[in-house]
Ligand binder design. Structure first.
Ligand SMILES: CC(C)(COP(=O)(O)OP(=O)(O)OC[C@H]1O[C@@H](n2cnc3c(N)ncnc32)[C@H](O)[C@@H]1OP(=O)(O)O)[C@@H](O)C(=O)NCCC(=O)NCCS
Length: 173
């Protein structure tokens, strides 16, 4: 592809553009509001785990996509909740989403995090290693298609535990 994208943690300057991209990607305010609420929730927010893809490393380079990992749990075990993930509509299906999700999972693993859960497109997340959470006895407290609730163990030495997923309050689950 020959692009010069970089992935990096969000900075204060990125906050308005992350909102703009989230609004554009989802076509409504709900997910953009979740991102802002998560940023304001110090029990959920983890510095360094809100990542963007930027067009280049240059100052002021356009931000193309964003993903967020925040503190949740599986039963009593700490886990990360992935999402929302957003890519500028005109750039979707060009690898931006994959780049930012892979970077976020690597950053989480580097911090010693073990587990990630999400509710999302069942066709999209298996490419990152996510599988159906119910197979591990991981449950969601609200109705959702079984295949949309997915989980990933970042460290093979620590298999996924079972239990009810705990989400940051911003998700309203
Ligand atoms: C979903 C999203 C984050 C994916 O990012 P992306 O940069 O478009 O995707 P990538 O280029 O990394 O990957 C492309 C692949 O993802 C698949 N894909 C993209 N959007 C998809 C969707 N909504 N459902 C299922 N698969 C999807 C494509 O079919 C393609 O598959 P292939 O590699 O087998 O051909 C992005 O399209 C987006 O912002 N969508 C709107 C918001 C949204 O739905 N967010 C996720 C909520 S779970």
């Amino acid at each position: 592809m020959g692009n010069t994208w970089i992935t990096r943690a969000e900075t204060r300057a990125d906050i308005p553009v992350i909102r703009e991209i989230t609004l554009a990607a989802f076509g409504r305010e709900h997910e953009a509001d979740i991102v802002d609420k998560l940023r304001a929730d110090e029990t959920a927010w983890i510095e360094g785990l809100s990542l963007v893809v930027a067009e280049s490393a240059a100052d002021g380079a356009a931000v193309l996509g964003h993903v967020l990992l925040t503190r949740g749990g599986i039963g009593d075990t700490p886990a990360l909740c992935l999402g929302p993930v957003s890519v500028r509509p005109e750039l979707q299906r060009g690898g931006v989403g994959s780049a930012v999700v892979r970077a976020a999972l690597a950053a989480a693993a580097a911090r010693g995090e073990r587990y990630v859960v999400l509710v999302g497109h069942p066709e999209y997340y298996p490419r990152f290693g996510f599988t159906r959470a119910s197979a591990y006895g991981i449950r969601l407290s609200v109705e959702a298609p079984d295949e949309a609730v997915m989980a990933l163990a970042l460290d093979e030495a620590h298999p996924l535990p079972g239990g009810m997923i705990r989400w940051p309050a911003a998700f309203g689950i």
